[in-house]
Design a protein around this ligand. Structure first.
Ligand code: FE
Length: 180
């Protein structure tokens, strides 16, 4: 009798332990990186520069509709409507889609075009370029070097020392102030 009671106790203990065990977490998508500040976007990272090659169906699930339309469909926000066109804070601008560092505030200049403008990127590989012949114009499109998000265009009418004007969509950027 005592043996049966011991067996029963052991079985019940095992069963309750089984119920108490935590549920397995869902698998992360390929190339996923956890980021506490962007829980809805597992691909966002300010430290990982690994190239991301994801289809738009994936981006559509993790970006806001407004950012998706600009970053993945190449739309342009209306001039003088974005949050950074006349912003003068000191810090770094990151890709809003993936967290890749793009520009420093000391490369930003006051532009009358209505979009945030910079004369150079934070490092050569932070962006990549593509010919854009839409709307009857010949322009150079600027894409994020990590995730290929559409950022804007670059023109040759910028100030010294580069003479470049990186004309960006505010919504594609995310500003982080310098720590004092
Ligand atoms: Fe990006």
């Amino acid at each position: 009798m005592k043996r049966i009671a011991t067996l029963l106790f052991a079985t019940l203990t095992a069963l309750s332990a089984c119920h108490a065990s935590p549920k397995p977490s869902p698998p992360k998508p390929a190339n996923a990186m956890s980021n506490a500040t962007h829980p809805q976007n597992p691909y966002y990272s300010r430290t990982d520069t690994t190239k991301l090659d994801l289809p738009n169906e994936v981006w559509k699930k993790v970006l806001s509709p407004e950012l998706y339309r600009v970053a993945r469909l190449g739309e342009t926000e209306r001039a003088f409507t974005g949050k950074y066109w006349n912003y003068e804070g000191l810090g770094t601008y990151y890709c809003a889609a993936c967290g890749n560092a793009l520009f420093r505030s000391d490369a930003k200049f006051a532009s009358t075009c209505g979009w945030p403008s910079f004369f150079e990127t934070v490092r050569p590989g932070s962006v990549r370029y593509r010919d854009d012949t839409t709307y009857g114009m010949i322009r150079t499109e600027v894409l994020c070097g990590r995730c290929d998000a559409h950022l804007g265009h670059v023109f040759d009418d910028g100030p010294p020392p580069t003479g470049k004007r990186f004309c960006m969509n505010s919504i594609s950027l995310e500003f982080e102030p310098d720590r004092k």
